[in-house]
Design a protein around this ligand. Structure first.
Ligand SMILES: [Zn+2]
Length: 348
């Protein structure tokens, strides 16, 4: 076996006020991601405690925030044409890109040489079970078209990711659904780490890590969700975020190689995963779509997406990103990936 899925167990006993001060034992499970070496942590007492840690979504608060932010929203239909930035030069006609209800333009405060925004549809606020696949498909194909135009004009910019933050606990500064294309000459840290780890794996094993991972997960069946067209969906053994779902496009190295079917498959999967999160009463998310450089120099790396939940919208919420995640680089598993995969299958 070329990929090892390692679990390490520790136990702690103490007198618990939750059990009349009787001695109880917590069994801690540490899972190591076979590619990055990062750990995800669970325990027998944590499983199923997601709502205790995250708290229920305050839907009235979301409605209030959505209502109050609607009037001055730059991404709403009456403003998006006149008050959002435009690119200069002749590489992008009109300085923006439009498709269906989506429009792409520069981020007003870029933090990378390539940093574009796609306003995703005309609706100012959407529940997670109302992100239709065709809307996401328009947003993704607009993003890919942008990468193609920019790379053709400025080929030194070869690293791109397509990302999204939804609602303020997930880092979004605007309620209006949107995506961000982030890239330039340099890979993002996690893109770089993953590219390097995949390169080492390929040198050692003469095989693609992600191809081998899919083969293993299909055999095991515990975390494999479904193969649909060019997409393969699963939950990672040692997740980087809450309720993480992984979508892989095997054999597709970078964003410009995505077929129309693959873009539609990504959109369909995102739509289903968000509906699943909504059913679990989560209200926010992040996703990132990773790609090898567009010059085709890394043929052992497929395009893949990570989708995660973030803290729920509620007053005085506690962040889900504290020392364990932010400074120690580890993640908690409040729902085991195997349980997540089993329940997610019902949404396909
Ligand atoms: Zn809006």
């Amino acid at each position: 076996m070329t990929i090892e899925l390692n679990k390490f167990f520790e136990s702690i006993t103490f007198l618990s006020p939750l059990k009349n001060m009787e001695e109880i034992e917590h069994v801690i499970e540490r899972r190591q991601d076979p590619l990055s070496g990062r750990f995800a942590i669970g325990s027998n007492e944590l499983v199923g405690k997601g709502q205790f840690f995250f708290g229920p979504t305050d839907h009235d608060l979301i409605e209030k925030v959505a209502r109050e932010s609607r009037e001055n929203c730059f991404f709403c239909p009456e403003n998006v044409e006149g008050t959002t930035p435009r690119y200069t030069g002749d590489w992008l006609a009109e300085g923006c890109l439009k498709k269906g209800e989506c429009i792409l333009f520069p981020n007003l405060f870029p933090v990378s040489a390539v940093h574009a925004v796609v306003a995703l549809g005309r609706a100012h606020y959407r529940k997670l079970d109302d992100f239709p696949a065709d809307l996401l498909e328009d947003g993704l194909s607009t993003s890919v078209e942008f990468c193609k135009s920019l790379y053709r004009a400025m080929p030194e910019n070869k690293y791109f990711t397509i990302n999204s933050n939804y609602l303020f606990p997930a880092g979004a500064s605007l309620v209006h659904p949107h995506m961000q294309i982030f890239g330039g000459k340099y890979p993002a840290s996690i893109t770089n780490e993953t590219l390097e780890a995949c390169r080492r794996f390929f040198e050692d094993e003469a095989l693609s890590y992600f191809d081998q991972l899919l083969k293993l997960e299909r055999q095991l069946g515990q975390r494999y969700v479904i193969g649909e067209g060019p997409l393969e969906w699963l939950t990672p053994f040692a997740p980087m975020g809450t309720n993480e779902v992984l979508g892989i496009v095997p054999g597709c190295q970078h964003l410009l190689m995505l077929s129309d079917q693959a873009i539609a498959g990504l959109a369909n999967g995102i739509s289903k995963v968000l509906a699943f999160y909504s059913k679990m009463d989560f209200s926010t998310f992040n996703f990132s779509i990773y790609s090898a450089p567009l010059d085709g120099s890394r043929n052992f790396f497929p395009v893949f997406i990570r989708i995660i939940c973030r803290q729920n919208v509620r007053p005085n919420y506690r962040t889900d990103d504290y020392f364990i995640q932010k400074l120690l680089g580890e993640e908690l598993m409040l729902t085991l990936p195997e349980d997540l995969a089993r329940n997610l299958k019902d949404f396909w």
